[in-house]
Design a protein around this ligand. Structure first.
Ligand SMILES: Nc1ncnc2c1ncn2[C@@H]1O[C@H](COP(=O)(O)OP(=O)(O)OP(=O)(O)O)[C@@H](O)[C@H]1O
Length: 269
C-alpha cells in the first residue's frame, strides 16, 4: 500500500509487495546528484520476482549509489522506487525497508566474530530486539528448524558451533548471507560477493546465489566477469549513472558500446 510521508509506522513485516505483474522492484527515472554531479542519471531498472540479476559497470558507474537508493540510504532528487507495484520505498527509512523484505549484503563481512555460527544466525532470526534479549531468548522448534535449514543452505552445518572469527573469508560471507536469510527477505542485494575468495569458494558462492533465486530475487553487483558469466541469466550494465545495456551475457559481450566502455577495459582489449 502506498504511504503518506510521515504517516504512522506500519507493520513492515506484513508488507507484501504486489508482484502480480512479475516485477518485485521498480526503479523509474531516478536521478541522484552530489554537488551537481549526477551519480544516477534518469535511471530505470526493473527486477523480476525470483530472478538473479547481475549489475556490472566501471568504477563510478553508479552501482553503489543505486543500492543506496533502493535501501533508503540515499534519497534520489527525482524518480520512483517501489517494492512490488505499490510499496513506495522512498517513504520508508532504512530499517523499515529492511523489515519489509529487502536485505543488503555489503562487500566486507560483518559477522559477530566472538559468537558461534549458530549464535550469529540466532541473533538474526530474532531481529533487532537487543543483543541480550536475543541471547537469552529460547528458540522455538520452528526457529531451530529454520536455523538448521539456513545452515544447510549456506553449507556450514559442520561449522555450526565454531566461532565465526575462525571461519575462512568465504565462510564468513556465506554466514552473512545466512544472517540475511534469517530475516526472510524477498529481495537480496549482494555487493561483490566473491572479492577475496578462493576459486573453490567462488564456485560455491555461485551455487549458493543461484540456489537462492526463485524463492528470492537476487541482485549481485560484481566486477569478476568470470563469476558473472557463471551465474548470470540477465546482466544490466551501468554507465555514467544510466543503464547502458541489458540482456544475456552473450548479448552484453557482443554489444559494441559495452565492449568499448567496460568490457574492453576489463579484458584489456
Ligand atoms: N556521497 C558522495 N558524494 C559525492 N560524490 C559521490 C558520493 N557517492 C558517490 N559519489 C560519486 O558518484 C559516482 C558514482 O559512485 P558509485 O559509488 O555509485 O559508483 P560504483 O559504480 O559503485 O563504483 P565502484 O565500482 O567503484 O564501487 C562516483 O563518481 C562517485 O565519486
Amino acid at each position: 500500500m502506498s504511504r503518506e510521508a510521515g504517516s504512522p509506522l506500519l507493520e513492515e513485516e506484513n508488507i507484501k509487495p504486489d508482484t502480480r505483474h512479475g516485477v518485485i522492484l521498480y526503479v523509474e527515472d531516478v536521478s541522484v546528484s552530489f554537488d551537481g554531479f549526477k551519480a544516477l542519471n534518469d535511471l530505470s531498472l526493473y527486477i523480476n520476482d525470483g530472478e538473479l540479476r547481475c549489475l556490472i559497470g566501471a568504477n563510478g558507474a553508479g552501482k553503489t549509489t543505486l543500492m543506496d537508493v533502493i535501501t533508503g540510504k540515499t534519497r534520489p532528487d527525482v524518480g520512483k522506487v517501489s517494492f512490488g507495484q505499490q510499496v513506495n520505498l522512498l517513504e520508508m527509512d532504512e530499517a523499515q525497508i529492511a523489515r519489509a523484505g529487502i536485505g543488503r549484503k555489503f562487500q566486507k563481512p560483518t559477522v559477530f566474530e566472538n559468537l558461534t555460527v549458530f549464535e550469529n544466525l540466532e541473533l538474526s532470526l530474532h531481529g533487532d530486539k537487543g543483543i541480550w534479549a536475543n541471547l537469552f531468548h529460547k528458540l522455538s522448534g520452528e526457529q531451530s528448524d529454520e536455523i538448521a535449514q539456513i545452515l544447510h543452505t549456506i553449507g556450514l552445518v559442520g561449522e555450526c558451533n565454531m566461532q565465526a572469527g575462525a571461519l575462512s573469508h568465504g565462510q564468513k560471507q556465506w554466514l552473512e548471507i545466512g544472517m540475511l536469510l534469517a530475516a526472510k527477505p524477498r529481495l537480496l542485494l549482494v555487493d561483490e560477493p566473491v572479492a577475496g575468495m578462493t576459486a573453490q569458494e567462488t564456485e560455491r558462492t555461485a551455487e549458493l546465489l543461484t540456489s537462492l533465486a526463485g524463492d528470492h530475487s537476487v541482485v549481485v553487483v560484481e566486477h569478476d566477469m568470470a563469476f558473472v558469466r557463471s551465474i548470470a541469466r540477465k546482466v544490466t550494465v551501468l554507465h555514467q549513472g544510466s543503464v547502458l545495456a541489458e540482456g544475456s551475457m552473450s548479448e552484453i559481450q557482443s554489444n559494441p558500446e559495452v565492449v568499448r566502455v567496460y568490457l574492453g577495459e576489463e579484458t584489456g582489449e
